[in-house]
Design a protein around this ligand. Structure first.
Ligand code: TYD
Length: 130
């Protein structure tokens, strides 16, 4: 199930700290971490679904929107804080857009990269979930 997850936030006069531990704050083991940055104004990322990979997305800096579609309904979630993130289950169509200047999208994935895991055509996605 798509869900926003609050992360631990350790407040300190020296600066704050948040943390993600596998199988504690997120419901999977971490196999890969990547990040999206230097996104030009007006650009979008994603627009695909992953067959087996679960992901957790955090706006470590700045803000952006994630548009999610599970084949039944579409939701838009704005990420704009580094102390919560979005759990994206497998077989969820996602698009990231509306990136602010200098935003940094951190993505934690449950599997190593494989192009075979991608569905990049929306009609194919809809046919597979229905
Ligand atoms: P893609 O997942 O399509 O980007 P987006 O986040 O916008 O959906 O990946 C873009 C390119 O980067 C594609 O050629 C595959 C490559 N890539 C890797 O090599 N390893 C990775 O872990 C990821 C996420 C992408």
């Amino acid at each position: 199930m798509i869900k926003l997850i609050d992360l631990p936030k350790i407040l300190d006069d020296r600066g704050n700290l948040s943390v993600i531990q596998e199988e504690t704050n997120i419901p999977f083991k971490i196999h890969r971490v990547y990040w999206i940055y230097d996104v030009p104004g007006g650009e979008f990322r994603g627009s695909h679904a992953l067959k087996e990979t679960e992901e957790f997305i955090v706006a470590v800096s700045g803000s952006f929107d994630v548009i999610l579609n599970d084949g039944k309904q579409e939701r838009k979630i704005s990420l704009n804080r580094s102390y919560f993130g979005l759990y994206v289950p497998k077989m969820t169509w996602r698009t990231l857009d509306n990136f602010s200047t200098n935003s940094l999208a951190l993505v934690i994935a449950s599997r190593t990269f494989s192009e075979d895991d991608y569905i990049r055509d929306f009609e194919t996605f809809l046919n597979s979930v229905r």
